[in-house]
Design a protein around this ligand. Structure first.
Ligand SMILES: Nc1nc2c(ncn2[C@@H]2O[C@H](COP(=O)(O)OP(=O)(O)OP(=O)(O)O)[C@@H](O)[C@H]2O)c(=O)[nH]1
Ligand SMILES: [Mg+2]
Length: 309
């Protein structure tokens, strides 16, 4: 063997070990801003958000690749502590299985608020995985002096790898958070292509976008008893043709979605189409129908049929 062989192999292996890649689970009670945070971290909107709780219903991956790191974030549904129907059980199972596969966990709470629902999620955090305490919505706290004692109080409850106050909405401290995350990622080659932003299909993302508009445009009760199904998704050159169905429980719900002379459905449809065009980078033809289908959220078979894991 010549002298150059070991040198060459050292060079290759050190280049490989410099690159880091791993799974980062994002968990917390409903509405703390998990999905907003993931979208802002990766710089693309792959996970839907709303001011209502229980917006996220699936495990959604958001990927960001920089020179020396591939961050594979996994957004999860807010952990449900109130009702124990089949849908909520499914949502919670998604959270616990995501935790078991994580290299790093971001445990998200809201600045100035810590209640029993936050405590229940904290109890799920495995002891042998590094957890970063992320205190989101820090922009909402007017008197910043209260943030430090609040952070100290929560940080004392368990062994956290780091404590980072952020504002996902204002992108405050996100670089710092990424630096902390990287420290705990394993040396691995990238798992996804460098331009990938999610492992979800366009069809799945289309359904989510329509569901977000239902959350945003229709009154408080309805979103929880409705879901969206993509019946057809066709690609014709650069044009995507999307045929979606909003499934609701009752006829009265159907008229709530459609609105006066169809005005609300028109808003849902226009906004959903614009979001899809932005995300997919091309024109979209979108047709949405509203259908009554009761009981879909009550049993596991029904949930599986609509894509719940
Ligand atoms: N002021 C402020 N609002 C935020 C921030 N981050 C998120 N929000 C808002 O909080 C609400 C909930 O955000 P989501 O990202 O949907 O929260 P989530 O934790 O994913 O919610 P679920 O999926 O329902 O569990 C939305 O209205 C967001 O705009 C923040 O840093 N500051
Ligand atoms: Mg969410």
């Amino acid at each position: 063997m010549t002298d150059s062989t070991p040198q060459a192999s050292t060079a290759i292996s050190s280049a490989a070990t410099d690159f880091r890649c791993g799974y980062i689970a994002i968990v917390g009670r409903p509405n703390v801003g998990k999905s907003t945070l993931m979208n802002e971290l990766i710089g693309a909107k792959v996970s839907i958000t709303s001011r209502k709780a229980q917006t996220t219903r699936h495990r959604i991956t958001g990927i960001q690749t920089v020179a020396d790191t591939q961050f594979v974030y996994v957004d999860t549904p807010g952990f449900q502590t109130r009702h124990s129907n089949a849908l909520n059980k499914t949502l919670n199972r998604t959270v616990t299985t995501t935790l078991t596969a994580a290299d790093v966990i971001l445990y998200i709470i809201e600045a100035g608020t810590f209640g029993p629902a936050d405590q229940q999620v904290m109890a799920l955090l495995p002891a042998n995985v590094p957890c970063i305490l992320v205190i989101n919505k820090s922009d909402r706290v007017k008197d910043k002096a209260v943030l430090l004692p609040f952070a100290q109080k929560i940080a004392a409850m368990r062994d956290f790898a780091a404590v980072v106050p952020v504002s996902a909405k204002l992108r405050f401290q996100l670089d710092n958070l990424q630096g902390e995350i990287r420290k705990h990622l394993p040396a691995n080659p990238p798992m996804f292509g460098e331009d990938d932003i999610t492992d979800r299909s366009e069809k799945f993302l289309a359904a989510e976008i329509v569901r977000e508009k239902v959350f945003r445009f229709v009154g408080d009760e309805l979103p929880y008893t409705s879901t969206v199904l993509i019946e057809k998704f066709e690609l014709e050159g650069n044009l995507r043709r999307v045929f979606a169905a909003i499934l609701v429980e009752r006829d009265t719900h159907k008229s709530m979605v459609i609105g006066q002379k169809g005005a609300r459905l028109k808003d849902i449809s226009t906004q959903a189409r614009l979001d899809m065009e932005r995300l997919f980078g091309g024109p979209v033809y979108l047709e949405i129908w509203v259908k009554v289908k009761s009981g879909w959220a009550d049993n596991e078979a029904g949930l599986r049929a609509y894509g719940y894991e």
